[in-house]
Design a protein around this ligand. Structure first.
Ligand code: HEC
Length: 304
């Protein structure tokens, strides 16, 4: 008995340990160790049930021997160990479901012991409660298989990671959509390098023939000086690029560039200010230096 207990304990500590082992240097991978761990736990539970059945059997045998030594006949012993259930009247369905015994049967349920006039009834656990209990066991088995063995379902952390990944995709989609919502009223001046780089690409592809590689001006005006025909604020640039000045040869870009691209190229043009490229065209239009001015100089003059 002493050895048995020691072996059991040793087995327990040896086998259950891998479940929690997170040692990277182990020969087995963490997953394999977990499988072994779960397997051992299940095997031990089965062994436990078998042991219980063996003990039950042993108790029956012992009782038999005891009863025999007290002079019981074979028939009496069998009757004692397997009491024949008396046929009961058909009780109501709900009584059955709740495993309730009618009051009339209570006297059969009284247990032998008594203390101070208090007696105990041998009432069974209600059926619904037992079914609930069995259901939890089934659920646990299903849960274990689903999440830990076959990995059909995602565990919390994996679920979190998938959700974060989808959120990142949606976030990106939302941002690009939001960026495209911009127009001449809401466009913002920015020095963001990615926006300027994208603006430069748009410029090189579409604007160089008329405004020159450095914005110095060819057919179109010089875009690097402080003089503007249609306003030098970021909103003015956006508007000029978006709608164009068709009568003067500046095309409309609304149909070819996205609002985001127009915003980027407008900001790129703004970044060219004061670069003084060689061969720049002479200034045209009104001088504008204050980017933050809410009114264009012409309007200021008109107001005075
Ligand atoms: C076909 C030639 C041509 C192309 C291509 C062109 N432009 Fe122009 N752009 C012009 C002309 C011509 C003007 C002058 C309009 C005027 O005199 O009113 C102009 C004017 C402008 C102005 C206003 C300048 C001011 O002084 O107010 C901006 C800003 C501008 N263009 C930006 C661009 C951008 C950005 C692109 C590329 C997406 C582009 N343009 C492509 C010909 C062009």
């Amino acid at each position: 008995m002493k050895y048995l207990r020691a072996t059991l304990l040793l087995g327990l500590s040896l086998f259950v340990l891998p479940v929690f082992a997170e040692d990277d240097h182990s020969l087995l991978s963490g997953d394999t160790q977990n499988y072994i761990g779960y397997g051992i736990v299940v095997a031990m539970l089965v062994a436990f049930i078998i042991a219980m059945l063996v003990i039950l059997r042993a108790i029956k045998v012992l009782t038999k021997v005891l009863l025999k030594s007290q002079g019981y006949t074979e028939d009496q012993i069998v009757k004692e160990l397997k009491p024949v259930k008396e046929k009961k009247q058909e009780s109501e369905v709900w009584l059955k479901l709740l495993s309730l015994k009618p009051l009339s049967e209570e006297k059969d349920l009284v247990m032998e012991h008594e203390f101070d006039g208090i007696q105990e009834l041998d009432n069974p656990t209600p059926a619904w409660f037992m079914y609930l209990f069995y259901a939890t066991i089934l659920f646990a088995v299903g849960y274990l298989l689903n999440y830990h063995v076959f990995h059909f379902g995602q565990l919390q952390y994996e679920e979190y990671k998938t959700e974060m990944a989808t959120a990142a995709v949606e976030h990106k989609a939302y941002l690009s959509k939001a960026a495209n919502q911009v127009d001449e009223a809401t466009v913002k001046l920015t020095k963001d390098p990615t926006a300027l780089a994208s603006g430069k690409m748009v410029f090189v592809k579409n604007c160089v023939p008329c405004h020159g590689a450095q914005g110095q001006g060819v057919v179109g005006p010089n875009l690097t000086d402080d003089y503007w025909l249609h306003g030098g604020k970021i909103n003015d640039l956006f508007k000029t690029i978006k709608y164009g000045v068709l009568t003067k040869g500046m095309p409309t870009w609304e149909t070819q560039l996205s609002p985001k691209q127009i915003s980027d190229v407008a900001n790129f043009v703004k970044s060219l200010r004061g670069t003084n490229p060689p061969g720049a065209r002479a200034p045209q239009g009104t001088k504008e230096t204050d980017d933050t001015a809410t009114k264009t100089p012409e309007k200021l003059v008109a107001n005075q």
